[in-house]
Design a protein around this ligand. Structure first.
Ligand code: SF4
Length: 302
C-alpha cells in the first residue's frame, strides 16, 4: 500500500511529475493551494467581487464552486446554470447542481436556451446535429453573460481545467483558426461584457476529479448525447495519451500559449472597438453578434 510522503497515512494520489504520494487530507490541501495560487497570480477575485460561477452540475464546475466557497468565505458567489435543453442529459445534471447549491447555501439562477432564443438545443439542431458543440458553446456564452449581468456579478468563473485549456489551444490550430490562437485583447464593452476567470486552469482534470472523489462531491451522471460529434472528444483522448506517456505535455502547451501571447504583445493587445448587436444588443465588433449570426444561419436552414 502506498503511503503519504507527508504523514504516512494511506495515499490516494501520486503526482505524475514529482512522484509525490499524498493522503486525502494532504492532497486536498495541495489542490486548494494550487487554486488559491492561480487566483492570486492572475488577480482573478479582487476584494468585494460578486462572482457568478457557471455550474453545469458536472465534475469540474462542482469542484470549482465547492473550492471557491471554501477558500473565499467573504466573497459573494452566485451559481448560474444554463439549461441548453438536451433530452436525457441536462435534467439530471441540473438536479445535481440544485443539491450542491442547497448544501453550500449559494444563490442559484437557471437560464435556458428557450429563455434566450425561444428554442431548446435539441430543437435548434434537428437538421444539423453535427454542429452541436459550436451552437451550444456560442449560445451558452451568451446565456452565461446575460444571467451574470442580471445577477449583477462582476466576474464569471468557469470550471475550465488545464486539460480544457490545452485542448482549446490544439483545437484552434487543428481548425486553422489563427485569429483565435492569437486572441489577447481588451475591449471597450464596459459593463456589457463580464470578464471571465478560470481558477482551475492550472489543475489537471485528473486532479480535479480526484479532489471531487476524495471530498465526496461527485455523483455519476449521464454523458451529453452530442459528445460523439465533438472535435474536443478526439483531441481529449489523444492529448490524454500524450500526457500519460510524457507527463507535463499539457502544462507545456498552456504555458507555450501564454508565452506566445506575451510575445505578440501590443500587436494584439490593443483595445477592440466593440459596438452592440443590432438584433439582441449584446456586445460585438460586427453588425450581429456571434450568437445572432449563428441563429440567423440556423433559421435559413429551417
Ligand atoms: Fe454542449 Fe457539446 Fe458539451 Fe454537449 S458535448 S454540452 S453539445 S458543448
Amino acid at each position: 500500500m502506498a503511503v503519504c510522503d507527508r504523514c504516512g497515512k494511506r495515499a490516494v494520489w501520486r503526482d505524475t511529475e514529482s512522484g509525490e504520494a499524498l493522503c486525502g487530507e494532504h492532497f486536498s490541501a495541495w489542490y486548494e493551494h494550487l487554486v488559491a495560487e492561480t487566483v492570486c497570480r492572475y488577480g482573478m477575485i479582487p476584494a468585494g467581487s460578486r462572482v457568478a460561477v457557471g455550474l453545469s452540475g458536472g465534475k469540474d464546475s462542482t469542484v470549482l464552486l465547492s473550492v471557491l466557497v471554501k477558500l473565499y468565505p467573504d466573497t459573494e458567489f452566485v451559481a448560474v446554470t444554463v439549461d441548453e435543453g438536451i433530452a436525457d442529459y441536462r435534467d439530471e445534471t441540473i438536479r445535481a447542481a440544485e443539491t450542491l447549491v442547497k448544501r453550500l447555501g449559494v444563490e442559484h439562477r437557471i437560464l435556458s436556451f428557450a429563455d434566450v432564443c425561444g428554442k431548446t438545443l435539441d430543437e435548434l439542431l434537428a437538421a444539423a446535429p453535427e454542429r452541436a458543440c459550436s451552437v451550444c458553446g456560442t449560445l451558452r456564452r451568451r446565456a452565461l453573460n446575460l444571467a451574470a449581468r442580471e445577477a449583477e456579478a462582476d466576474r464569471i468563473a468557469t470550471g475550465h481545467c488545464m486539460d480544457d485549456e490545452a485542448q482549446s489551444v490544439l483545437m484552434n490550430y487543428l481548425r486553422g483558426d489563427i485569429t483565435r490562437v492569437a486572441e489577447n485583447y481588451k475591449t471597450n464593452a464596459g459593463d456589457l461584457f463580464i470578464p471571465r476567470i478560470k481558477p482551475l486552469c492550472r489543475c489537471t482534470e485528473r486532479a480535479t476529479v480526484a479532489y471531487g472523489m476524495v471530498n465526496h462531491l461527485l455523483t455519476s451522471l449521464p454523458e451529453c448525447p452530442y459528445t460523439r460529434y465533438a472535435l474536443r472528444a478526439g483531441v481529449r483522448s489523444e492529448l490524454g495519451l500524450l500526457e500519460y506517456t510524457y507527463p507535463g505535455t499539457m502544462l507545456a502547451i498552456v504555458e507555450g500559449q501564454e508565452e506566445l501571447l506575451a510575445k505578440l504583445g501590443p500587436a494584439v493587445g490593443e483595445v477592440r472597438r466593440m459596438g452592440v448587436c443590432e438584433r439582441c444588443g449584446e456586445p460585438t465588433e460586427n453588425r450581429l453578434c456571434a450568437a445572432c449570426t449563428l441563429l440567423a444561419k440556423l433559421e435559413e436552414r429551417g
